[in-house]
Design a protein around this ligand. Structure first.
Ligand SMILES: Cc1ncc(COP(=O)(O)O)c(C=O)c1O
Length: 403
């Protein structure tokens, strides 16, 4: 992997923040974008900009083609069929579409849904809304102190009322990678529908939806080098076909009268209104970018960065890493005794270092670990050990200032 060549493709890395070269360690929130993605969006609006599916003119045909070719490329990337890839605005939108659509077709009062304590709010709040509106029951799988999911607990929680298991592929705070294939296999034997939130996993592992075998897999483009506002809801066609639409309007219908509406076939049925075509085109370019690299090399390199940083962090007095385990995405969350995470991140920002502090949209997980928040550093393929050294130097300085 040619690190210099990779870094050259990310113009955002060439800026200074507060007089220092940017060190971007906030990749779990959103990744930076390569030139190819940025240019594809500008090219789209400079040339074939036109609404899809609705006109016979040249530009509309070209725009429809670009949109559908993007779908094919993204489907290929996760080993799905194009008809099983629904464009959404992101993981949050995908999970909301599922909570609403599945509620209509399978959930009755008293039915149970299993989540984990690791979940991002976007895989909690839609289900809590259903708990209120439909009187379903939520059951929550715990993790151990290393942040590893307690599989025995998951098995204990399953009953003959369990309809859905919805869980993250990997945690946006601890980085823990969950054994999703194993859980899906187990759920399938019991006839339970599985939803995997792949928002964090998709840029750091080779996602193959056929191997994982879940009914649904959700992710966001912006965390995998694509634009913000585009994401994917993958679903097995048998169940996707039955899903009730979440949004209604143009594009998703075949026939409309004031008495009756006949919906379109997949994927259009679940994509009402003018879609985010340039976003799909940009996401397809992000897929090309990822395909130009070897995933085994990405994983190895990011693991090296994570180990390097973990090792240095552990030498700091009073520093606790949340969920310190080895099978993880390149995410490290930590706290330092006697120092508030927000103060630390503010000082680091003065040196041009972007990390996140707070609860990371995971309040239940913060409660589980008995903390109010944490500092989170998260890496991507363009980060370097030199940046980690710079971070450590400034972190030690910040600690001296705050103690
Ligand atoms: C694990 C996880 N799930 C869901 C989301 C929500 O993603 P989005 O805001 O792109 O919909 C995030 C975003 O941080 C995440 O990390």
């Amino acid at each position: 992997m040619d690190l210099l060549k990779i870094r050259e493709q990310f113009p955002a890395l060439n800026q200074t923040i507060n007089g220092n070269k940017l060190v971007y360690f906030d990749n779990a929130a959103t990744s930076l974008k390569p030139v190819s993605v940025i240019e594809s969006i500008s090219d789209y609006y400079s040339t074939i900009n036109s609404n899809v599916h609705r006109a016979s003119h040249y530009l509309s045909a070209m725009s429809t083609r670009a949109y559908e070719e993007s779908r094919e490329n993204i489907a290929g990337f996760i080993n799905a069929n194009p008809g099983e890839v629904i464009f959404t605005s992101g993981t949050t939108d995908s999970i909301n579409t599922l909570a609403s659509g599945l509620s209509d077709i399978i959930l009755k009062e008293g039915d149970e849904i299993i989540l984990t304590v690791l979940e991002h709010h976007s895989n909690i709040v839609p289900w809590v809304a259903l708990k209120r509106d439909k009187k379903i029951v939520l059951k929550i799988v715990d993790v151990d102190d290393k942040g590893i999911l307690k599989l025995d607990h998951l098995r204990e929680l399953i009953s003959d009322r369990t309809r859905i298991i919805s869980m993250s592929h990997s945690s946006n705070v601890l980085g823990t990678i969950n054994p999703v294939s194993e859980i899906v296999k187990f759920a399938r034997e019991k006839g339970i529908i599985t939803i995997i939130d792949g928002a964090q996993a998709v840029a750091h592992s080779k996602v193959n939806v056929n191997e994982i075998d879940s009914d649904f897999y959700c992710f966001s483009g912006h965390k995998m080098f694509g634009p913000m506002g585009i994401g994917v809801l993958y679903g097995k066609s048998e169940i996707l076909e039955k899903l009730s639409p979440f949004r209604f309007g143009g594009g998703m219908i075949r026939n409309v009268s004031f008495d009756k509406v006949e919906y379109n076939c997949l994927p259009n049925r679940l994509e009402a209104g003018t879609p985010y075509v340039s976003g799909a085109v940009g996401l397809s370019k992000a897929v090309d970018f990822l395909n130009s690299l070897e995933f085994s090399e990405i994983i190895e390199y990011e693991q090296r960065l994570t180990d390097y940083a973990t090792d240095k962090l552990k030498r700091i007095d009073g520093l606790t890493i949340m969920g310190d385990n080895t099978s993880k995405d390149p995410i490290i969350s930590f706290n330092i005794e006697g120092i508030h995470h927000a103060d630390l991140s503010m000082i680091l920002d003065n040196f041009g270092i972007a990390v996140r502090s707070g609860q990371h949209c995971t309040q239940p997980l913060m409660h589980r670990f008995g903390v109010k928040g944490s500092i989170r550093m998260s890496f991507s393929i363009y980060n370097t050990e030199d940046e980690i050294d710079f971070f450590m130097e400034k972190l030690n300085l910040a600690i001296k200032m705050l103690r």
